[in-house]
Write a protein that binds this ligand. Structure first.
Ligand SMILES: Cc1cc2nc3c(=O)[nH]c(=O)nc-3n(C[C@H](O)[C@H](O)[C@H](O)COP(=O)(O)OP(=O)(O)OC[C@H]3O[C@@H](n4cnc5c(N)ncnc54)[C@H](O)[C@@H]3O)c2cc1C
Length: 383
């Protein structure tokens, strides 16, 4: 694709940033991505339901989409009495790592800048300038705020909009196929498995291995367990890491405090169905994320766009956070092409559908989450 002499700055080098970066490049823009982390992000892990918009975004960016995931053929709903309700439903499950690495490999190192923390954004006429904490500045025709839940771009443009704790956290974990005993492993293989109980649910499915392997025996089980904690009296304890450092929204693998991890394992033994107890027992490094709610009234600001989790955070029950980021980026480049790369006109045309899509997903996620977690009040049942 021939360059069209337009430049974009993308703040945030995670999935939303990489969807934007790779897609903008595919329509001839020069793009630089600025990521605050000083190292590659691929330790973040976790499973992702592979939705159509993700595949479309990758294809449009010229990235191979074969071998991205593992197919689950049906859903299993485990029952307290040991029985299983079955439902045919095919889904492809992938991992955060595969999506990140697929796009990262496709985006040149020379234009992916690590250790760059955005401090401020300033629009002037048709140009926008990003100033970084290290004092350096970059100017472009378009700036994309793909900087996630704590977005600096959003804090500056919509200072009163911040993520709100939804009332529960997700404990999460990954287990190598070889590390789970065969009887439990059989239940989780080629299936999306749920166990619902009052004010909580847990789910699991197989995702590619750490090294992107799709070979049976070399893949991983991914589980997510939603548990209610009171924001005022309990949450801070859950989010304090093993070094006593309070974390804002999540504690990564190998950093959970032993007390919190121990209590989680004990609680699992008290309330979960047997296959899930075994899955958690086999998990070496669980991690925890608080579930957040965020909506915004605006995503386009002259020549600045907010996308992905920087704009809307739908609850994970929608399995659509990543595909929303992909959809935001796909429609942004379509609008740019349609408006002959006139940024202001393109962003204006782009915004309204994205706002209603974000709001629709957020409403759906909230209703599913509230029904699962709060049907019997706000507490969790005793273990
Ligand atoms: C429990 C759970 C399960 C999920 N499951 C799914 C699923 O099955 N399917 C799905 O589609 N989605 C799922 N999601 C959501 C999904 O992970 C995100 O929606 C998606 O990855 C998009 O994230 P993002 O790139 O917008 O933000 P992030 O991944 O948060 O990235 C933001 C990036 O910006 C960087 N940054 C922040 N501030 C600055 C700054 N000032 N300067 C420079 N860089 C900065 C950060 O370091 C980070 O790398 C799940 C989420 C949770 C919590």
């Amino acid at each position: 694709m021939e360059s069209i002499n337009k430049r974009a700055i993308v703040i945030g080098g995670s999935l939303a940033g990489l969807f934007s970066g790779t897609l903008l490049r595919s329509i001839g823009w020069q793009v630089d991505i600025y990521e605050r982390s000083t190292h590659d992000l691929d330790s973040r892990g976790g499973g992702i339901v592979l939705q159509a918009d993700v595949v479309t975004a990758l294809k449009k960016a010229g990235i191979a989409t074969e071998n991205l995931g593992v197919d689950a053929l049906e859903r299993y709903y485990l029952q307290k009495n040991g029985q299983i309700e079955k439902m045919a439903m095919r889904q492809t499950l992938t991992s955060w790592n595969i999506l990140y690495r697929s796009m990262r490999r496709h985006f040149s190192d020379a234009h992916y800048h690590q250790g760059k923390v955005l401090a401020q954004v300033q629009s002037k006429g048709t140009k926008v300038t990003a100033t970084f904490v290290d004092g350096s500045c970059e100017t472009a025709d378009l700036l994309i705020g793909a900087d996630g839940p704590t977005s600096t771009v959003r804090q500056q443009l919509l200072p009163t909009y911040e993520p709100q704790y939804a009332g529960y956290v997700a404990y999460r974990g990954l287990v190598d196929e070889a590390d789970l005993e065969p009887e439990a492993a059989k239940i989780f293989t080629e299936r999306f498995v749920f166990y619902d109980f009052p004010n909580s649910h847990i789910l699991a499915y197989v995702i590619p291995g750490e090294n992107e392997s799709l070979v049976p025996g070399k893949r991983r089980f991914n589980w997510v367990w939603y548990v209610n904690y009171d924001e005022k009296t309990e949450l801070a304890h859950i989010l304090t890491d093993k070094n006593g450092k309070p974390r804002k929204y999540s504690v990564p693998p190998e950093m959970m405090s032993p007390t919190v991890e121990e209590a989680m394992r004990h609680y699992a033994d008290g309330v979960l169905a047997v296959p899930f107890k075994k899955l958690i027992a086999a998990t070496k490094a669980p991690f925890v994320q608080s579930i957040l709610d965020l909506t915004v009234p605006q995503m386009a600001f002259d020549n600045v766009a907010l996308i992905g989790d920087a704009a809307f955070i739908p609850r994970p029950h929608t399995a659509a956070g990543t595909s929303k980021a992909a959809a935001n980026a796909i429609s942004l480049v379509q609008a740019l092409v349609h408006h002959n790369h006139d940024v202001t006109n393109a962003l204006q045309a782009w915004e309204s559908n994205q706002l209603s899509y974000g709001m629709k997903l957020w409403n759906h996620g909230r209703s599913v989450g509230d029904r699962s977690q709060f049907s019997y009040g706000k507490n969790r049942i005793a273990g």
